[in-house]
Design a protein around this ligand. Structure first.
Ligand SMILES: Cc1cc2nc3c(=O)[nH]c(=O)nc-3n(C[C@H](O)[C@H](O)[C@H](O)COP(=O)(O)OP(=O)(O)OC[C@H]3O[C@@H](n4cnc5c(N)ncnc54)[C@H](O)[C@@H]3O)c2cc1C
Length: 470
């Protein structure tokens, strides 16, 4: 419980208009995009400056009040559910693009900037910020940095971490640090920037970020390859990469996902094939034309039933928009949608998709799979209903098997969505007991009182792993 006296102190820092503590307001911030996890915060604060964040942290560390930093709450790992109550910290006022530096090719932003706004702003000056999570219309840069989010352009351009050059962050003791910055080279000490990337709000509160930009590619082309069997689709992925072509986008959708996406977007996607690959290449016109031609030939040779090249920018846009809507489309099927992001080496994509289908059958649950095939990052998604206790147990068992299978194939339990609460029981499967110990030591050093997003990443109830030898 946060007492009235503490609320007064906090209101004096952020102003009365930026403190919310009614039941209705607390309810709004009691959940995020993750199904079936909810807990009420004691209050919600929306600071306007780094100094105000420092003031809040100082009060909270003294009173041992948890702080849960929150962008748009679109994470899928219950990362912003205030499981131990306390303060939810919103960045809706800290949402300015502070500088686009065309000489150093950087952009400096506050954490509450919406990803798509940043992308569109820098594109006006002919520059390009590649990380494009499907949620970019709503997600914030603070959230992207803390989850190290990826997107459709990840294969060629990398993920958020590859673009974070410097950070301003408020530590749990109220001190402000600045890590690296606009420098192309800087090896002065440990790389604290990258330590904070993907730290899920548990190590520091990011209040400013300097991000790398690159020149905007001249042109792009989009194509769709249709397959009667998943192996041929997976083979196409490997063969394209083996031919030393790195497309900007290389996305996989299985038939049930395709059906849901077409029902939702109604753009005339084929729904009678086993799988499709959505492929995009960007760059100079002649390179794009050459790569697209080569990739079309590779797909056909690998067994694609047909390969269609988008005839116009609008058609291409409609295809990528439809792909970005995959989760929303699948969410229409049942009251609850559980989406995971098991990731394997890209050479194991076909094995992983087949294993997912076998696991779904074993546990008698429906699993639709789509994802960033070029990154080996799959999103097995289960349309279900939390009110059906028996089915939920089977769903949980199926996902445990899926994570186990991903690890056995040399992969991981999460490629881009983070650990949060929901994947914490499985973290040790991936990093081992020593890995957990190192991570806990870092957490202890930076947040000894444990006020920053407690209950995330680590758990007391780790799952035992049942490795089935093959
Ligand atoms: C429809 C849909 C599609 C998605 N597609 C993708 C995708 O393609 N790729 C992908 O990687 N993810 C995807 N996601 C997941 C999610 O959108 C990303 O993780 C995104 O980066 C979260 O941004 P957010 O602003 O909503 O952050 P939040 O969910 O609010 O927060 C995420 C984490 O960051 C921490 N945090 C937020 N701001 C700060 C800050 N300033 N300082 C410290 N910690 C902070 C929070 O505590 C939390 O741990 C998708 C989600 C949905 C619902």
């Amino acid at each position: 419980m946060v007492s009235d006296a503490i609320k007064e102190k906090l209101a004096a820092i952020v102003g009365k208009e930026n403190i919310m503590d009614s039941q209705a307001e607390r309810l709004v911030y009691s959940y995020d995009a993750t199904p079936n996890v909810q807990a009420l915060p004691d209050l919600v604060l929306a600071p306007r400056t780094t100094e105000q964040v420092v003031g809040i942290v100082n009060v909270c560390q003294e009173e041992k009040i948890p702080i849960v930093p929150r962008g748009s709450g679109s994470n899928l790992c219950a990362g912003t559910v205030p499981i131990q109550g306390g303060v939810v910290l919103l960045f809706k006022h800290m949402n300015r693009i502070l500088e686009v530096d065309e000489e150093n090719l950087t952009v400096t932003v506050q954490p509450g900037v919406i990803t798509q706004d940043l992308i569109e702003t820098v594109e006006q000056t002919g520059l390009f910020y590649p990380p494009d999570p499907s949620s970019m219309k709503i997600s914030t840069i603070g959230g992207n940095i803390n989850e190290n989010s990826g997107g459709l352009r990840g294969l060629k351009y990398g993920v958020t971490a590859d673009y974070v050059m410097g950070l301003e962050a408020v530590l749990a003791n109220g001190e402000v640090i600045r890590t690296r910055g606009k420098l192309a080279k800087d090896v002065a000490g440990y790389n604290l920037t990258q330590l904070l990337v993907g730290s899920e709000g548990t190590l520091a509160i990011i209040t400013e970020a300097t991000l790398k930009l690159i020149p905007k590619p001249e042109t792009k082309k989009t194509m769709l390859a249709l397959y009667e069997n998943i192996d041929a689709a997976a083979q196409s992925v490997s063969k394209i990469i083996a031919a030393q072509i790195i497309p900007a986008t290389l996305e996989f959708l299985d038939q049930p996902t395709l059906q849901a996406v077409e029902d939702f977007s109604q753009i005339g996607l084929p729904t009678d094939v086993e799988a499709v690959l959505l492929i995009e290449q960007d760059g100079p016109e002649e390179v794009v034309a050459r790569d697209v031609e080569k990739m079309a030939a590779i797909c056909a040779e690998a067994g694609a039933a047909s390969v269609q090249i988008a005839a116009s920018t609008q058609e291409a846009e409609a295809l990528t928009t439809a792909r970005r809507a995959a989760l929303s489309a699948l969410a229409r099927l049942k009251p609850t949608t559980i989406l995971e992001d098991a990731t394997v080496p890209r050479s194991e994509i076909a094995n992983m998709v087949k294993a997912i289908n076998e696991i779904a059958e074993k546990h008698q649950v429906k699993v639709c799979t789509f994802g960033h095939a070029g990154d080996g990052n799959l999103h097995p998604t289960c349309p279900t209903d939390v009110r059906n206790q028996d089915e939920m147990e089977r769903v949980e068992a199926a996902f445990a098997d899926i994570f186990d299978q991903a690890i056995q194939l040399g992969g991981t339990i999460t490629g881009e969505h983070g650990v949060g609460m929901v994947k914490a029981p499985y973290l040790e499967w991936k990093v081992g007991a020593s890995g957990i110990a190192v991570m806990k030591a870092i957490k202890q050093a930076l947040d000894p009182v444990g006020i920053l997003n407690p209950g995330k990443v680590f758990t007391e109830n780790a799952r035992k792993r049942l490795v089935v030898s093959k």
